[in-house]
Design a protein around this ligand. Sequence first.
Ligand code: R5P
Length: 286
Amino acid sequence: MIVSGSASQALAAALARELEEPLAAVEYDRFPDGELFAAVPGFDADRAVIVASTVSSDAHVELLQLQDAVREAGAEEIVTVVPYMGYARQDEAFEHGQAVSARAVARAVSTGADRVLTVNPHEEAVCEFFEPTATAVDAAGRLADPLPDDLADPTFIAPDAGAEGLAGTVRDAYGRGETDYFEKTRHSGTEVEVTPSDVDVAGRDVVVVDDIVATGGTMSEAVGVLREREAARIFVTCVHPLLVRSAHTRLSRAGVEAIYGTDTIEGPASAVSVAPALAAALETND
Ligand code: R5P
């Protein structure tokens, strides 16, 4: 039976269709003191596949509750799918005294799961924080699907070196074009500085590819450089379109034609479903 976290309801339904498994009824509520309440009334299966992007601290707690609820209701095997793993960018103690938050949340999730899958984590090494090690599902190839067929002499650019492989994957899936990447220095949670390569984009269509768009700070810096260099159309594509605060408006104002992401985050930019990739991963390792 497929069980959805409140932030992943459409993806869970799509996965249920892919796997031809029933979708469990779920209840999400909150007590007057603010504590969360999650339940799976009527759950009746040996295996639970819980699909829950941990987009907030509440979503983390809700996932732990759902794991506990299905175990209470008789599930013998619990597969937890975390399409977008929150806290994954806090994957080391950058200064003395800091928490490795990705490890802390992974350990908590592991206590209630027999198996964990996640989609394009920020660093694949975070999979090792889970016990047993989580499976990283690569959905990046699908990011080429919504792009127009008529891109003019396209370049696929990563706004930082970490996304270079992703840009290559999207270019390969699109079938033609160059790849390049910029260097990025992060000054704070919202301030980044991008040092561009010498790529010539004048008159060419550009696809900027990253794993996550959160505040849009990284993307808008990259888009600014591309505009100065007189790129033709600029598309933004990412696996996880978090798009917090005014990110969508920020990128639209910067002159981006369209923002395409997947449904690991459900919202206006969820152009591509990761359900087929998740279904394939679940079936392969059954
Ligand atoms: C960081 O290295 C990630 O790959 C993304 O570039 C980053 O998370 C984007 O964040 P923001 O949209 O806030 O700049």
